[in-house]
Design a protein around this ligand. Structure first.
Ligand SMILES: [Zn+2]
Length: 326
């Protein structure tokens, strides 16, 4: 190997239930090349890793060569940066503890870091997005579940064991709806995808009011949003209630950590003002008075996958270089 070769690129990988996106990213955050495949095509994790490794090597060989790649960063739900493992992921096909960073490092012969999706989103926003220049902010991801990453004094707060940020599993209604985590009344049973649909069904059952939602074969947050846009009062009430619950929780969080901003990501953030206006209203009612009126509510302007690939590249630059072949 040429000893003067500079490794001036990294690999950024975003793994979600639907799709795995992998990209070569340069030092300035330019995506040089990218591709994707369906995550669920490989329910066996060993097979999944083999396919991912083959595909990223092929991508590097077509785009400047494997030797120009310094390291790899990976975003995945339930990943723990401190252990490099995906740990008991509720929303992924691989059960138990998967030592993802070690498995990839052994196959690729380069340093690999993994982080959970909210952690990686926060890195992406901090370096390339709305949080550029902010030292204290929180990324809240609203999707299948609710994740968060608290940036404090310019660094992500990971916690003693790397499990910090489980905002979705804070209790909002004691003895409330059953959560997949085993507890009851967790925030995500009200404000993540399934929770929002449950609220819609409850509202339809509790009244005889007409609603466009009643004509749908299957409800999703996106369909409820479309009903809102068409002026459907009951659909608007679904997001208003969801927003109130979310705002109440955000007020508690802000009173503890005093952030400059909340940045909302994920599919449900696309509901925009239908959700966030009522969240903001309740937030201001409940947050500690010194903080009132100061915390920005921002919706990420990034395409989620692009941000997470770039965030994964930030993770990759942050780890020590390593090569099996030196
Ligand atoms: Zn829970």
């Amino acid at each position: 190997m040429d000893q003067f070769l500079i490794k001036n690129r990294v690999l950024g990988v975003d793994i979600s239930m639907e799709r795995t996106t992998y990209a070569i990213v340069d030092v300035r955050g330019n995506i040089i090349a990218q591709d994707y495949f369906n995550t669920l095509d490989y329910p066996n994790v060993n097979e999944y890793i083999s396919v991912l490794v083959d595909k990223v090597i092929e991508l590097t060989e077509l785009n400047g060569g494997y030797d120009t790649i310094r390291s790899m960063g990976v975003s995945c739900p339930s990943a723990n940066f401190l252990t490099g493992s995906i740990e008991n992921a509720a929303n992924m096909p691989w059960k138990g503890v998967v030592p993802m960073a070690a498995m990839l490092r052994d196959r690729l012969g380069m340093a690999v870091a993994v982080g959970n999706d909210a952690h990686v989103s926060a890195l992406g926003e901090h370096v390339f997005g709305l949080a550029h220049g902010m030292n204290n902010f929180v990324v809240i991801s609203l999707g299948h579940g609710i994740g968060s990453c608290i940036f404090s004094q310019g660094r992500p707060h990971l916690g003693a064991e790397g499990f910090a940020g489980e905002f979705g599993h804070t209790c909002v209604i004691p003895e409330g709806r059953q959560c997949g985590c085993g507890n009851k009344g967790c925030l995500e049973t009200y404000c993540a995808e399934r929770g929002i649909v449950t609220t819609a069904h409850e509202l339809m059952q509790d009244s005889n009011e007409p609603s466009l939602m009643r004509q749908q074969e299957r409800l999703t947050p996106r369909i409820i949003f479309e009903c809102c846009e068409q002026g459907d009062a009951m659909a608007q009430e679904v997001f208003r209630r969801t927003g109130r619950t979310l705002g109440f929780s955000l007020a508690s969080l802000a009173s503890v950590i005093d952030p400059e901003a909340f940045i909302f990501t994920g599919g449900i953030a696309k509901a925009g003002h239908w959700l966030l206006d009522s969240a903001r209203e309740v937030f201001e009612e409940h947050v500690f008075h010194n903080i009132q009126g100061r915390v920005k509510f921002l919706r990420s302007t990034f395409n989620d996958r692009e941000r997470d690939v770039l965030g994964a590249s930030v993770l990759a630059w942050g780890i020590k270089e390593y090569s099996l072949f030196k």
